[in-house]
Design a protein around this ligand. Structure first.
Ligand SMILES: Nc1ncnc2c1ncn2[C@@H]1O[C@H](COP(=O)(O)OP(=O)(O)OP(=O)(O)O)[C@@H](O)[C@H]1O
Ligand SMILES: [Mg+2]
Length: 232
């Protein structure tokens, strides 16, 4: 089949993009597709047995069912856990979109579905002139929005949806990730987003002490995944 890619963005950093990306990899794999994850720009690394590693990259690799060269899965590994353009400056690196697209194309040649996890939120800068929205546009991928369900998420989600539309990109679906188990009026907030976001809700992820991407993947409705592939 023609490879399908999705760009995973979120209402903020730390809202569950990696969890949702890994769950999507498992969900597509359970439908029989070859899957691979990509984290084009990762900021924050630690040394494991002398090798610099990023936790998101490790999680995406663990959830994929196709092995791929790390240089394609994660073309930019930045060591300092700060905004990417600042981390890149610290390392004397300039993030360049063509290099990322080249890596994406290698991955797309290996798999049916490529799940690309953005860094931070949709408008996070990547360099003096580029941001994460430019990257999504450059790759030309439909977007899946992870909404971290907590107070303030309505504004963040709707602003993100507006920015996605302003770039002429397709918002293919969204996931409600219940970050705050105590969130007041959760159902009303969910309903407000279902009414206003111009795309289907793919899944609701509950808050759990040790979230497991494979277990969460069972919450994504297979029919909606199939629709995501049909709409391309
Ligand atoms: N539904 C949930 N229940 C409990 N903990 C969660 C849930 N979703 C995410 N978390 C936890 O919140 C933290 C952030 O999640 P995750 O790493 O997926 O976010 P992210 O958006 O990918 O962050 P980043 O911007 O750093 O890439 C992790 O420790 C994760 O285990
Ligand atoms: Mg992440």
């Amino acid at each position: 089949m023609t490879p399908h890619g999705f760009f995973i963005t979120g209402t903020d950093t730390g809202v569950g993009k990696t969890l949702v990306s890994a769950a999507l990899l498992h969900a597509f794999a359970s439908l029989g597709y070859r899957t691979v994850g990509m984290k084009p720009v990762a900021a924050g690394a630690e040394q494991i047995e002398g090798v610099w590693c990023n936790e998101d990259v490790l999680q995406l690799q663990a959830a994929a069912n196709v092995a791929a060269d790390l240089a394609w899965v994660n073309p930019y590994l930045l060591r300092v856990p700060v905004a990417p353009h600042i981390a890149a400056d610290h390392q004397g690196v300039t993030i360049e979109l063509p290099r990322i697209r080249d890596a994406y194309e290698h991955l797309a040649a290996l798999a049916d579905v490529v799940i690309v996890e953005g860094a931070g939120g949709f408008k996070v800068p990547l360099s003096a002139t580029r941001d994460s929205a430019d990257l999504a546009k450059y790759l030309g991928l439909p977007i899946i929005l992870v909404v971290g369900m907590r107070l303030g998420c309505l504004n963040h989600a709707l602003l993100t949806a507006e920015a996605i539309a302003a770039r002429g990109l397709v918002l293919a679906g969204w996931v409600a990730n219940r970050l705050d188990p105590e969130m007041a009026a959760y159902a009303e907030n969910l309903a407000a987003l279902r009414l206003r976001l111009p795309c289907p809700l793919l899944a609701e992820f509950p808050s759990t002490e040790h979230p497991d991407a494979r277990a969460m993947s069972a919450l994504i409705v297979p029919k909606k995944l199939a629709t995501l592939l049909e709409e391309r």
